[in-house]
Design a protein around this ligand. Structure first.
Ligand code: EPU
Length: 347
């Protein structure tokens, strides 16, 4: 195990923010985890767990040990009448695993094709798209528990999956995700009710076509991270009360909204941002993407400060217009490598 110092993380976060880690180590094997954590304790450093870097906001200087998770491997486990089980290393690329699972004729993940990032990060924010969330297809997650100092398994129920949420977000410093065990369907059950997906499918109702159409829709709306540095949806779709929705509908009858549990309603942040005038608008080198207003893009060499200037201006304008406070989705770290709560809108 090789601990490096003063490592530039620009290539390791998809927003391509300038960020230098005082200490950095790649983790290829589970045995290295406890050794790296012990090193951090001795050096009095916090630990920042980095995966594909596709959902993080990093400051310019990080005085911490960055553990870059690269545990590989895809193992075919047992099978039941309904499911095929797979154990996948946290360092595997998410999209490659989705494509591979489809080629194995195992189903469920096709709606989640082309989501950037690695397998180990998928459970953290319970990645979701086109009516599917990954938690539905996770059997358990193999983790190192930093509190109990041992390896353990968390079942899907233990993981507390919810919209863009899980135990890993609720207890961010506690678990190091090593492997994810998936249970995939042997018979496809296509979920094609979301938005324009059903129409895009045409007559060919197969999982292979579903995957192809999801890829096509994403490519037509979302920026390719190789071309435009971004972290996917920058804000969560806000959940508001039915009462607030009724109030808003009077003035904005076309507001896209989706009913939730307990009489609440999810509204489309992309629409709110577009209405607030931010679709395709930039503040210096950071702006909201012209084809999908929910995606923030770093067009040049922005750092976290520049990104904050833009997204706080967006939050401000949306709040002024709709009295809705948009919550950023990516995880924000401070200069000591500690996760920070996003601050509210300052009016
Ligand atoms: N909309 C606009 N203007 C925009 C963008 C969207 O009016 O600039 C409207 C659309 O017309 C539509 C509604 O907003 O009526 C929802 O848009 P869309 O279906 O494109 O999805 P989204 O709510 O913007 C969510 C996820 C995406 C996921 C898609 C598809 C969140 C925060 N985002 O986006 O996830 O791919 O649904 O399921 O839940 C991600 O998390 O990185 C991500 C890309």
């Amino acid at each position: 195990m090789n601990i490096l110092t003063q490592v530039q993380l620009k290539a390791f976060n998809t927003l391509r923010l300038e960020a230098v880690a005082s200490h950095y180590v790649q983790i290829h094997h589970v045995e290295e985890i406890a050794v790296a954590l012990e090193y951090a304790t001795q050096q009095q450093l916090n630990v920042l767990i980095l995966s594909g870097g596709s959902n993080v906001l990093l400051p310019r200087e990080i005085n911490a040990l960055v553990m870059h998770m690269q545990i590989m491997g895809v193992e075919t486990l047992h099978t039941t009448e309904q499911y095929q089980f797979f154990r996948v290393g946290a360092g595997q690329t998410w999209h490659d695993f989705v494509l591979w699972s489809t080629a194995q004729q195992c189903y469920g993940l096709q709606n989640l094709a082309l989501i950037p990032g690695l397998v180990g990060a998928a459970p953290v924010q319970n990645i979701g798209a086109y009516g599917v969330e990954v938690g539905e297809f996770i059997d358990y997650v193999e983790v190192y528990d930093r509190e109990q100092k041992h390896f353990t398994q968390l079942s899907a129920a233990d993981c507390n999956f919810a919209y863009r949420d899980s135990i890993f977000k609720q207890h961010p410093q506690r678990y190091v995700i090593c492997y994810v065990v998936f249970k995939l369907l042997k018979q496809a059950e296509l979920k094609i009710n979301y938005g324009d997906l059903r129409q895009a499918m045409g007559e060919e109702l197969t999982a292979e076509n579903l995957q192809q159409q999801v890829i096509h829709i994403r490519q037509s709306k979302l920026p390719d991270p190789k071309q435009f540095a971004n972290v996917g949806s920058f804000f969560k779709n806000p959940i508001i009360s039915a009462q607030q929705l009724q109030y808003l509908l009077k003035e904005y009858p076309q507001i896209p909204h989706y009913p939730q549990a307990h009489g609440q309603v999810k509204v489309a942040a992309g629409w709110l941002i577009e209405q607030a005038g931010w679709k395709g608008k930039r503040l210096d080198q950071v702006g909201m993407f012209a084809k999908q207003a929910l995606v923030l893009v770093n067009y040049a060499d922005a750092d976290l400060y520049d990104v904050q200037q833009t997204y706080q201006a967006v939050q401000h304008d949306v709040y002024q217009k709709f009295a809705i406070s948009l919550q950023p989705e990516p995880v924000l770290f401070d200069s000591q490598g500690v996760i920070q709560a996003h601050t509210g809108v300052s009016i």
